[in-house]
Design a protein around this ligand. Sequence first.
Ligand SMILES: *Cc1c(COP(=O)(O)O)cnc(C)c1O
Length: 227
Amino acid sequence: MNIDKYYEIKNSLPAQTKLIAVSKTKPAEDIQTLYNEGQRAFGENKAQEMKAKHEALPKDIEWHFIGHLQTNKIKYIAPYVTLIHSIDSEPLLQEINKYAVKNDRVISCLLQFHVAEEETKFGFSLEECEAMLQGEVFPTLKNVQICGVMGMGTNTDDMEQVRNEFRHLHQIFITLKEKYFADDPAFKELSMGMTDDYPIAVEEGSTLVRVGSAIFGARQYNIPVND
Ligand SMILES: *Cc1c(COP(=O)(O)O)cnc(C)c1O
């Protein structure tokens, strides 16, 4: 846990860019420590882990879901999640809408795009996403609010490549804004940038940076998580 680094990152961000502290795999005590410094937005990528932390921690925390979401896990986050960054299919959005109705709320979501080179990263292509936005189902989903787009850069030292991927994502944001969300002030978020590339993401217009290991330290993935 590096509080100095937290302040360094936070103070480096322009006014239009918000810091989401990615606390996945880290204990609730680490979140509480950062909460005590004033941080309110935290990112998690496992539904059950988020639920347990939500129950244990102050209720004014904003919970951002940033991982691949399976439809059978939506129930663990639907009552309180602030923003789901990772919508990558219409069936997922439909299921989230169902749980939003059950919980009598509107759930804010971002459309995730695949802009990186790696095969493994989830997300829509622009073509797939436009097919959804032009389809008959999308307008019926009244309990989800699309607030913008999210993406991840390729994990590479080639920062010019990452910059081009972020530019591509920004261009997708502009295209969708003009074609489908021009009259919708809620569509305003461009979620991009992590520990290794957030300064570039900020230069390319990010409004939400998702930074984990720079703040909380390297993650250990051999701890079993119940998810
Ligand atoms: C883990 C994760 C992050 C944070 O990664 P760091 O490199 O630790 O900053 C950001 N976004 C997503 C989608 C993640 O899964």
